[in-house]
Design a protein around this ligand. Structure first.
Ligand code: AMP
Length: 395
């Protein structure tokens, strides 16, 4: 019995998958959307069934109940699925959760209080955790933290240069996110190259709707672009990435309040703010047909990635591997070509036809004589959560 239910709750949505922990095989997956709005939606998928339903999903507990109903309607009630454990992705684990952790009452409460640092995510995780522990009282529940992988960063990488008393009082430091993805992608890149991860210096570029870069030395995160919150760093779908913090003071003085700033920087910035869409495919199409705003947005997006790539090449003292992953990184040859353009001096050479080829699994897009291997490696956070959950409960 190695079937793990993986629950990945976002601020207003929840993804779930039923995964075989030993080989990553997926039996079912689904997405509950528009949680908290008047009309929500659930999509449930197996090899045989695809069902979609609109219903009210007032909170994440109701979202979890909707998932249980979807399994029952598909003729596979969860009671008969032999679920061995439930793995919960938790965005913010603070400085104390550095490994997958068995969820007790105390751990659940701590995840809730860490919501001070992740107000959109941790309270949602907590609701789903409570509902899941009621629905599956006899199996272990494990929290897998997005921040954990980055707890290895040295102090100079995670410390913000502000008054240390203020930083200490408010838990202000760089935590980093996307850790589950950076970990699984860096391991898979090493496996693809047939080399131990401990022997490689890697820069992993996770470019999806959220985006972050990570410098990984011997399998250990030494720096990452997201910070106290997932707002810092690269330009994203709707998030600004790096800014002059003075910009916020300027807008506060101009009359903005906290909620307006939050909306502006998290929902109306990034590609959305610059070009009116957070979908990279739309952006590329519009840029291709001459839309100047989309062309600029593409340029700004690439510029931010190259700044971090350059910084991490210096921090690592050179890299063996650059890895592209997530929706944009895995699927946009144009973006990859722009990021890697004119990096000959750094030993980076892209093969145009390898880069353009469409492929499912890990693949090399650099030339045979490129000193740095440039790879596309699909991320799979759910398989990694299932693996880590199983590793803990089967130990
Ligand atoms: P993710 O958050 O990893 O699901 O990534 C979502 C982003 O990937 C969106 O901006 C999509 O537009 C983008 N994306 C997905 N497929 C493609 C594609 N074929 N070409 C360019 N961007 C894509």
């Amino acid at each position: 019995m190695t079937t793990i239910l993986v629950v990945n709750s976002g601020s207003s949505s929840a993804k779930y998958q039923l995964v075989n922990a030993t080989n990553g095989e997926r039996f079912a997956s689904g997405l509950v959307e528009r949680i908290g709005e008047s009309v929500g939606r659930i999509r449930h998928e197996t090899d045989e069934v695809l069902s979609e339903l609109e219903l009210a999903v007032p909170d994440h507990a109701a979202g979890f109940a909707a998932m249980l109903d979807a399994f029952a309607r598909a003729g596979t009630p969860v009671s008969g699925l032999g679920i061995a454990a439930v793995g919960h992705r938790v965005v913010q684990g603070g400085s104390e959760f550095v490994e997958p952790t068995l969820i007790t009452d105390a751990v659940a409460e701590r995840i809730l209080t860490l919501g001070e640092l992740a107000p959109l995510h941790n309270p949602a995780h907590y609701q789903a955790i409570v509902a899941a522990r009621v629905a599956f009282p006899d199996v272990p529940h494990v929290a897998v933290f997005d921040t954990a992988f980055h707890q290895t960063m040295p102090p100079e990488a995670y410390t913000y240069a502000i008054d240390t008393a203020v930083a200490g009082e408010h838990g202000i430091r760089r935590y980093g996110f996307h850790g589950i993805s950076h970990l699984v992608v860096s391991r898979r890149a090493a496996a693809f190259l047939g080399k131990p991860v401990s022997s490689l210096k890697q820069v992993v570029l996770h470019l999806g709707n959220g985006a972050s870069a990570c410098a990984i030395d011997g399998g250990i995160s030494v720096d990452t672009s997201m910070g106290l919150t997932p707002l810092e760093g690269l330009v994203m779908g709707t998030r600004s990435g790096d800014l002059d913090p003075g910009l916020m003071l300027h807008l506060l003085r101009a009359g903005y309040d906290t909620d307006q700033l939050d909306q502006l920087l998290n929902k109306r910035s990034g590609l959305m703010g610059l070009a009116g869409s957070n979908d990279f495919r739309d952006l590329q199409r519009a840029a291709g047909s001459g839309d100047a705003a989309s062309q600029l947005a593409f340029g700004v997006y690439v510029h931010a990635i190259r700044r971090y790539l350059g910084a991490y090449l210096v921090e690592l003292g050179g890299a063996d591997v650059i890895v592209f992953t997530a929706g944009v990184g895995e699927n946009s040859p144009a973006l990859r070509a722009a990021v890697c353009a004119e990096l000959d001096w750094f030993g980076v050479r892209i093969d145009a036809s390898r880069n353009a080829a469409v492929g499912g699994g890990p693949r090399r897009i650099s030339t045979d004589n490129s000193r740095v291997d440039v790879l596309v490696v699909p991320t799979d956070e759910e398989a990694e959560i299932a693996r880590q959950t199983w590793q803990l409960v089967s130990a």
